[in-house]
Design a protein around this ligand. Sequence first.
Ligand SMILES: [Zn+2]
Ligand SMILES: [Zn+2]
Length: 242
Amino acid sequence: MKYELETIPVWEAIRKDRECFLCELMKEAEEHAISYFLGSSVMHPETRIAVNRRGFCFHHWNLLAAAGKSQSLALISHTYLGETLGVLEKKIGKVAASKAGRKVSASLKELVETMQERESGCLACEKMASRLDRYAFTTVRLWEEDPDFRQALAESKGVCLHHLEPLLAMAESALDAEALQAFGTELTTLVLQNLKRLEDDLWWMTQKYKAEHIDSPWNGCEDAHKRLVRKLIGEGRILCRS
Ligand SMILES: [Zn+2]
Ligand SMILES: [Zn+2]
C-alpha cells in the first residue's frame, strides 16, 4: 500500500531530538484531530453523521470537553445524543416489553451488545492512526532514499518502545528483504543504545540520592525517571484501535 509522504514534518520531528520523534508527531496529530472536530468541520453534515455513528473514545471525549470550544461541542454532542437516544429507546423499549425468561434475556443481550458497540471506535484515534501510517511510511522511504536522513535518524534518540513495532511493521511491508534486514538492524540497535543511555542516566539519578553524592552535579539526570517512562510506553499513543 502506498501512503502520502510527510517529509517535512518527519524531518522536523527528528531535528527536535526528543526521546521519540513519532511521539512528537502523534502529539501534534492528536491536537489537530481535536481542533478538527471542534472547528468548522462541525458544520459539515458528513462530519456530524460520522460523529453520530462512531463517536470518540473516553480519552478523546475528555480532550474535546477540555478544549474550551463550548458551542462546537454542544452542537456535535447534541446530535450524537439524538442518535444514541434513538438507538437506546428502541432497545430499552424491547426490554421493557419483554416477558420474564428467554425473551427478556434476549432483549437484554441485544442492549448489552449495543452498549459494547458504542464503546468501540473513535474518530480522533482513526485520524491519528492514518497519520501514524503515513509518518512510518515516510520514515522508511526517507531512510531508504536520503542518506542525510539515514544519518540523522542514526544520530537521533530514535523511538520509544511503543513506536518500534509500527515502524518495523511498516518496514516489513515497504522494503525488500535486504533493506529490511539493514533497517531492522539499525533501528533496533539505535533503540537499544538509547535504552542503555537512559539506564546510565537513571543509575546516576539513584546515586544522587545517596549522602556521598549530595554535592555532586546532576549531570542532567534530574528527569531521567520521566524520560525512561516516556521511552518505555510512549507519549503520543492511539488508545482505541478499530
Ligand atoms: Zn513514541
Ligand atoms: Zn480516541
